[in-house]
Design a binder for this molecule. Structure first.
Ligand code: CTP
Ligand code: CA
Length: 226
């Protein structure tokens, strides 16, 4: 078994992590979703458990195995994920929202498989609730960490999301870069807080990104206790 310098640094802390893609049903066999693999969120959950935290992993659709020693809560749709997070947030110390949440869902869900009849069809979508924003509004002592995937103006959009959603930290990645974003084993992130850039990490394995992020979080929790 491997040992890491950070082992035990989150002992006694409760950490809730969301990961993967939410999935919005159209009919019993079809859905809208996205390319999130869950690798980043699952790597965070694994590292947090290794650092001694009590980890709750609220997971959408993923393509990676569940790490040992975490409590898994499955959530398919955004509405389910919202309920899973809000009902568990009050006794958490840290909430990390790595999930790729569907911004919109079909206005209607069909009970039966849709038949192809018309030559054209239009599907109406409605906006989903912003789970991170709800968490930001309701938080008391919790350290809240958001993610942002951007294709341009990274810093501007990251700072805007951090403020709007009242995050303590925001992890931003430019998904147009080779070696960053959906499905890859590596990531290139910049971490922001309310006063601006905290860390710009080089391309690293997602597990390494997870350890660095959690060690930053552990530092801030310790400062808060002092
Ligand atoms: N998020 C969320 N609920 C949503 C949408 C996003 O909790 N309905 C969270 C994500 O988990 C992530 C953060 O908000 O931590 C930023 O997600 P992102 O998609 O980058 O931002 P949006 O606010 O959805 O803005 P846009 O997609 O328009 O850039
Ligand atoms: Ca979005």
């Amino acid at each position: 078994e491997q040992h890491f310098a950070e082992d035990g640094r989150l002992k006694g802390k409760r950490v809730l992590i969301t990961a993967g893609a939410t999935l919005e049903r159209i009919d019993p066999v079809r859905y809208i979703s996205n390319d999130s693999s869950g690798k980043m969120g699952y790597a965070i959950a694994e590292a947090a458990a290794r650092m001694g935290a009590d980890v709750t992993l609220v997971s959408g659709k993923v393509s990676v195995p569940v790490p040992p020693g975490v409590t898994l809560v499955q959530a398919e749709s955004t509405l389910e994920m919202r309920d899973a997070v809000l009902s568990r947030m009050d006794d958490q110390d840290v909430i990390i929202k790595a999930a790729a949440v569907a911004d919109y869902r079909p206005a209607e869900q069909y009970e039966h498989k849709l038949k192809k009849t018309e030559d054209e069809m239009t599907m109406r979508l409605v906006k989903n609730p912003d789970i991170l924003q709800l968490v930001g509004e309701r938080k008391t002592k919790q350290l809240v960490v958001g993610f942002a995937a951007e294709t341009r103006d990274l810093e501007k959009f990251a700072m805007d999301k951090l403020q709007r959603k009242r995050c303590d930290l925001l992890v931003a990645n430019d998904v147009t870069l080779e070696g960053a974003g959906f499905g890859t084993d590596t990531n290139i992130v910049r971490i922001f807080d309310a006063s601006g850039l905290v860390e710009a990490l080089p391309m690293l394995g997602k597990r390494e990104v997870a350890s660095r992020l959690l060690s930053l979080i552990a530092d801030r929790l310790t400062k808060g206790d002092a």
